[in-house]
Structure formats: structure tokens, C-alpha cells
Design a protein around this ligand. Structure first.
Ligand SMILES: Nc1ncnc2c1ncn2[C@@H]1O[C@H](COP(=O)(O)OP(=O)(O)OP(=O)(O)O)[C@@H](O)[C@H]1O
Ligand SMILES: [Mg+2]
Length: 444
């Protein structure tokens, strides 16, 4: 029977869930915080981890990242009391199998767990095939915003101008960066991706600029950096808002002069690389709030392309879903799958906070789980139907503007929070955004 690890700092929840899954025959262990969970997993792995999202010591999201780092095949399901869009999107990006909103019934959690495990089994079978079929993006759209974007991207691709890609998580910034490289005269040269989030400052510095032997512990030989590897090609700085202040300064010099030294080296190297940077944060606001060097921002912000969210181009949802399904079908040895009318209608009205990434996950999952060749509503994830807004309570004033509601809600949350970070967390936005909204609504 599958092994489940339950992680929650609330004793009652832990106990009830443990007893329930034991009664279903699972091998169950429980931990009351993330670090204990990580320790237990290093002693004996689990097939599935069911963890609370918000815990005192190590958040569920941190634990999720830790688990995925150790063993990407472990399924993680997050239980959350605050189904904020941002947290769900972050969870998805970090590889959560699913998430479920508290309160839930035992029946619901059982279904969620069974599905996630089934999906994992089927995916393992298909893993070999899956890597063989690379997804080509669908870059054709009937939405005016998307067409404008693609036109500008094509034009910009021909030049060597620095490009900044913005847009919500999962909208396709990485996809577009690669396409711009493919459309550029540099297409036969390297396209080098540097993710500014994943590594420590020292590692990222040597990753970018290279290092000389002996420049730090572990530097056993001279090593060229990613910038050197990108010579005559394109370097893509992903999640650029995460660059540390020190690296922002070093990188600014590279943007200005195309030159730099390896860590521990004294020879100045010159590299001709076209720069594309991306961030899902509002880099201008980050610069205004002094979280990001303003001069670097202006250097990167030569041509800015904002990739619209899927909500802004609902007419693309169904064509994208069909496109993604064709690829998912091939990967999963089910080439004749198609979407039923009910499923298409459900996809078309959902808001897709996680954008194309979420759509891709939903389609992939349906392609694996559906019982017949036609995907129906029932084959789509529950989250599509879960977060429909509550109907307006009887007697609730209908004439409030959205701004009024937003302002009132921010005031209330601020009054209940000890720190701005806490308030921003509860509101599901980052502190910079909160700071801007306070200024805009004149909230002290
Ligand atoms: N036009 C598209 N056609 C097909 N697949 C797409 C398209 N756009 C995005 N995707 C898919 O959606 C997922 C997310 O895309 P991508 O990684 O480019 O998003 P992103 O904007 O960089 O997100 P983040 O800000 O979270 O890094 C990927 O699996 C990608 O293949
Ligand atoms: Mg990205």
C-alpha cells in the first residue's frame, strides 16, 4: 500500500487524517512540522506527502521545494486555509501534485489523494516517451493584445536590443524568450538560460561570470561562466528581480560595457551576447521601492514586452488546450484524445490564475486520467469548479465599486496584522504591491 506522510501543526487534523488513511489501508506517518517531516523522509521516503500550507517553522511551500529537490517523484498535496491565488500559483510552479482548500471532507481528501497517486503511477509509465516529445509552443492568436505582442517581438528579434519580458507567472515568458532567439539572426548560436533564483549568490556569480581555480573553496579548476558560453548568442536572465544587489552591480557593468572578469580573475573578458530578461514581478515598482537598481532597470527596459495573462485573452484558451492536448496525447500514447464540448466550456470560463502552465497541467492530467477518448468535465481538476465566487449574500450592497471593496478589505487586514509582511501575505500580494495600493488609496 502507498506510504503517506501527513504534516500539520494542528494535532486534531493530524490525528483524524492519520486514522482515516490507516483505515483505508495506507501506511501512515505524521509529523507536526516541516523539519521533522524532512528528517522522516530522509529515513524512509514516502509516496505522497500531505502537508499544511501555513506552518510556523517551515512553510508547506518550503517543504514542497525540499521534497522535490530530494525526489521529484514524491507527490505533494498542499492543504490550505487561505486559497490565495498567489500561493496556489507558487505551489503549482514548485511542482505540487494538487492542493485542497480547508475545510474539506474526508471523502474529498480521499479522492484527491487517490487521483494524485494514480496520476503518478501512470506518469511513471510514460516517462520515457514524455521526454522524447518536446512541446512546440502555439504562437498564433486571435487576441489583439497577443497579436500586437507577437508582432513587436518579431520586430525586436531582428535587432540586438535588450528585451525585458514581464507578465504573470505561467504566461509563457520563457517560451517567448526562446522564440525571440529563434527568430533572431543569432538563432544558430547558443541560447543560454540563467535562472537568478535557484542558486546562492556566490554560486550564481561564478555560474554567470565563471571563476578561476582557487578563488573559493571548491573551485578546483578554471571554469568559464554562462556569459562566455553565450558569446554571439543570447543570454536569458530568468527571474531577474531576484538578482542580489551585488550581482546587480556586476551585471550592470556587463550590460553597459559587455565586459567582466571571472571570479578571482584579473583578465577582462568581452562577450557579445544579446540580453533578454524576464520577471513576473513589477520591476518598475521594485526599482521605485529601491529593491532593484534603478539604473539596471532602465538598461534592461529598452524594449519591454508584457505577455498578457490568459484571462486577458480568453479566446486563446480552447485553441491552446487543443494544442496542448495533442502533445499530451502523443506523450501518453493516447493520440486520439479530444475535448468534449462540456470540458471546453468549463476551460473557457475558468480564470486561470496560473495561466498557460495551469492549463497545461490540467490538460496533461486529463489526458492521463480520462477513461474514454473524449475528455469530459469530470476529467478536469476540481480546482476549476471550486473557486467560483460565492453568490452575493442577501442584502449585501451591490453598488460598492471594486475599488471600494478592495480598499475596505486592505484596511481591515492591515488593522489585524502585526507587520506589513503579514498583511501582504494574507492578501496574497507582495509588499511592494501593498505599498503601492496603500499610497493609491491613501491608507496610513
Ligand atoms: N504559447 C504557448 N504554447 C504552448 N505552451 C505554452 C505557451 N505558453 C506557455 N506554455 C507552457 O506553459 C508553461 C509555462 O510557460 P513559461 O515557463 O514560459 O511561463 P513563464 O511566464 O516563464 O512563467 P514564470 O513567470 O512562472 O516563470 C510551460 O510549460 C510552457 O511550455
Ligand atoms: Mg519563467
Amino acid at each position: 500500500m502507498p506510504r503517506i506522510l501527513i504534516v500539520d501543526d494542528e494535532k486534531n487534523i493530524r490525528r483524524n487524517l492519520a486514522a482515516f488513511f490507516e483505515s483505508l489501508g495506507y501506511q501512515v506517518r505524521a509529523a507536526d512540522h516541516g523539519e521533522q517531516a524532512a528528517r522522516m523522509l530522509s529515513e524512509e521516503p514516502a509516496d505522497l506527502v500531505l502537508t499544511d500550507f501555513k506552518m510556523a517553522e517551515m512553510s508547506g511551500l518550503k517543504l514542497l521545494e525540499e521534497i522535490k529537490r530530494r525526489d521529484p517523484a514524491t507527490v505533494v498535496i498542499l492543504m490550505t486555509a487561505y486559497a490565495t491565488v498567489e500561493s496556489a500559483v507558487a505551489a503549482m510552479k514548485a511542482g505540487a501534485g494538487d492542493y485542497i482548500t480547508k475545510p474539506f471532507s474526508l471523502e474529498e481528501i480521499r479522492r484527491t489523494v487517490e487521483r494524485a497517486l494514480e496520476l503518478r503511477g501512470l506518469r511513471a509509465e510514460n516517462r520515457e516517451l514524455r521526454s522524447a516529445v518536446e512541446q512546440t509552443p502555439l504562437l498564433d492568436s486571435t487576441s489583439a493584445a497577443m497579436r500586437r505582442l507577437l508582432e513587436t517581438a518579431h520586430q525586436a528579434a531582428i535587432s540586438d536590443a535588450t528585451i525585458l519580458l514581464t507578465g504573470e507567472s505561467g504566461t509563457g515568458k520563457n517560451v517567448l524568450a526562446r522564440s525571440i532567439h529563434e527568430w533572431s539572426p543569432r538563432r544558430d548560436r547558443p541560447f543560454v538560460v540563467v535562472n537568478c533564483t535557484t542558486l546562492s549568490e556566490q554560486l550564481l556569480e561564478s555560474e554567470l561570470f565563471g571563476h578561476m581555480r582557487g578563488s573559493f573553496t571548491g573551485a578546483i579548476k578554471d571554469k568559464p561562466g554562462r556569459l562566455e558560453a553565450a558569446h554571439l548568442g543570447t543570454v536569458f536572465l530568468d527571474e531577474v528581480a531576484d538578482l542580489t544587489p551585488g550581482l546587480q552591480t556586476k551585471f550592470l557593468r556587463f550590460v553597459q560595457e559587455q565586459s567582466f572578469e571571472r571570479v578571482g580573475g584579473d583578465q577582462t573578458l568581452t562577450v557579445d551576447a544579446r540580453i533578454i530578461a524576464a520577471s513576473n514581478r513589477d520591476l518598475e515598482a521594485e526599482a521605485a521601492a529601491h529593491h532593484f537598481r534603478e539604473d539596471l532597470f532602465y538598461r534592461l527596459n529598452v524594449i519591454t514586452l508584457r505577455v498578457p495573462s490568459l484571462r486577458e485573452r480568453p479566446q486563446d484558451i480552447v485553441p491552446l488546450a487543443r494544442w496542448l492536448l495533442r502533445a499530451a496525447g502523443l506523450r501518453n500514447r493516447r493520440p486520439n484524445l479530444r475535448l468534449g464540448a462540456g470540458a471546453e466550456a468549463a476551460l473557457a470560463v475558468y480564470r486561470w490564475p496560473g495561466n498557460v502552465r495551469e492549463l497545461r497541467n490540467a490538460v496533461e492530467r486529463a489526458a492521463v486520467l480520462c477513461r474514454s477518448a473524449v475528455i469530459e468535465r469530470e476529467d478536469l481538476p476540481d480546482s476549476l469548479f471550486r473557486d467560483l465566487p460565492e453568490p452575493l449574500a442577501a442584502g449585501a450592497p451591490r453598488s460598492l465599486s471594486l475599488e471600494q471593496v478592495e480598499r475596505d478589505h486592505i484596511v481591515r487586514v492591515l488593522a489585524e496584522s502585526a507587520t506589513l509582511d503579514e498583511a501582504a501575505g494574507a492578501l496574497g500580494i507582495n509588499v511592494t504591491t501593498l505599498w503601492r495600493k496603500r499610497r493609491r488609496y491613501r491608507i496610513d
